[in-house]
Write a protein that binds this ligand. Structure first.
Ligand code: ADP
Length: 398
């Protein structure tokens, strides 16, 4: 791609946002020249150059006005006012009051669930609320139940982690020791009983975590969900709300879902309808699948920094005797992603055990009875029990 970048300066008034989208196979650089601004709740540092990868969709918001410069290959940027940011920050302020009350009364902080159809800005709102909380020195538990576009680990898993610092502008959350469960599919409807069981199991683990840490308990949880909201999908939302004993439900952009939840939730649950931001970009099936592939690639190669990969996966040859491959529920295993289970043996309740991480079987040698396992870590596999996922990863970069 030619790197003939065009530079453009934008002056934003207070309560405006600059929205831009990076072209496929291109990058954009952003710099704050004057004033203060933030991206999804993380403050920008003046004079620092931020690099955005191909297909990023970004909003630079300012409470008081700022000047920013973008270097683009092709420009797709516009300034918008009338954002829902004031409404969102009021939600944050209300949650913060609940945390202060929990602190004084030694009780539990808010457990918030964000729901709505796909592409209404659910993940972005979660990020905003987590970042604002972290900026006030809170340590909220982020629970991501979106198996299609999950952010804690790769798609096909559900995960949770404590967010103590605002997400990095370029790299997202720096999550310490996330807890990840293997699900294996990218839609909760593919194996709904398993999805429900994992939600309950995750809720138990989050309760254990918050019982042990007063700071986490007071800070509360932010729970992200997928866009499956009709039929059994609606049932899954009720199951999530019940398992985590949520007390706040934020419904983004759908009045029908709001009124259904208002009707069906117990009185102590505060169901709130919030406007969707006009900046949220809708993705088609193809873009969604590209995004999933990109997440899996990032798992093995790390996020791109200055256009280069930061990490490389390590290929190791392992004997067939040293691994046990399981599919939940004949098997083409080549190029499939596997979760490395923490289960000690298959007699353990494997499904209820969390996972160390993920590997890919990138080759098999039927003569030597060995498989080549590609892993982000050069260490020996921590367990022999590998669970098959639907996702595949072809390492064409090697
Ligand atoms: P959901 O979780 O509901 O599927 P996301 O929060 O992932 O939706 O948002 C979809 C896309 O829109 C993401 O790529 C996100 O970066 C982008 N986006 C969200 N809010 C804005 C905004 N205000 N301006 C520009 N892009 C946005």
């Amino acid at each position: 791609m030619s790197e003939e970048k065009k530079e453009e300066e934008y002056r934003l008034e207070k309560d405006q946002e600059l929205r831009f989208e990076v072209e496929a196979r291109a990058t954009a650089t952003l710099e704050l020249l004057d004033g203060m601004a933030e991206i999804f709740g993380t403050e920008l540092t003046k004079g620092k150059k931020y690099l955005f990868e191909s297909c990023s969709k970004v909003a630079v918001y300012t409470w008081h006005g700022c000047v920013v410069k973008i270097s683009f290959v092709t420009e797709v940027a516009y300034i918008a006012d009338g954002t829902p940011m004031t409404v969102y920050v009021n939600v944050h302020a209300a949650l913060e009051q609940m945390r202060q009350k929990a602190d004084e009364e030694r009780s539990r902080g808010p457990r918030v669930m964000v729901v709505g159809p796909t592409d209404v800005g659910k993940s972005t709102l979660c990020r905003l609320l987590l970042n604002y909380a972290a900026r006030l020195d809170r340590a909220s538990v982020y629970v991501d139940l979106d198996v299609g576009q999950g952010e804690v680990s790769i798609p096909g898993t559900i995960g949770a982690a404590v967010v103590e610092r605002p997400a990095e502008i370029e790299e997202g959350y720096s999550l310490n020791a996330p807890l990840v469960f293997h699900y294996g599919h990218t839609s909760p409807s593919s194996n709904y009983p398993l999805f429900k069981m994992l939600v309950s199991r995750m809720a138990e683990c989050v309760n254990k975590k918050t019982e042990k840490s007063k700071k986490c308990n007071v800070s509360g949880c932010i729970i992200n969900t997928g866009g499956w909201i009709k039929g059994a999908g609606y049932d899954s939302l009720k199951h999530i709300a019940g398992s985590f004993e949520v007390d706040v439900i934020l419904v983004l952009g759908q009045e029908r879902l709001y009124s259904e939840l208002k009707r069906d939730m117990p009185d102590f649950v505060n169901v709130i309808l919030l406007p969707k931001s006009g900046g949220v970009v809708e993705r088609n099936q193809h873009q969604r699948s590209d995004f999933r592939d990109q997440r899996v690639r990032e798992y093995f190669y790390g996020p791109k920094k200055n256009g280069d990969d930061s990490f490389f996966p390590h290929p190791t040859e392992v004997s067939y005797n040293d691994i046990k491959l399981y599919k939940i529920g004949g098997t083409n295993i080549l190029h499939h992603v596997f979760s490395v289970s923490t289960a000690k043996s298959i007699e353990d309740a494997v499904l209820e055990c969390n996972v160390y991480g993920h590997v890919v079987i990138s080759g098999i040698d039927p003569d030597k009875l060995t498989a080549t396992v590609l892993s982000p870590s050069p260490e020996k596999l921590p367990s022999s029990i590998l669970l098959l996922m639907d996702m595949q990863f072809m390492d064409i970069d090697m």
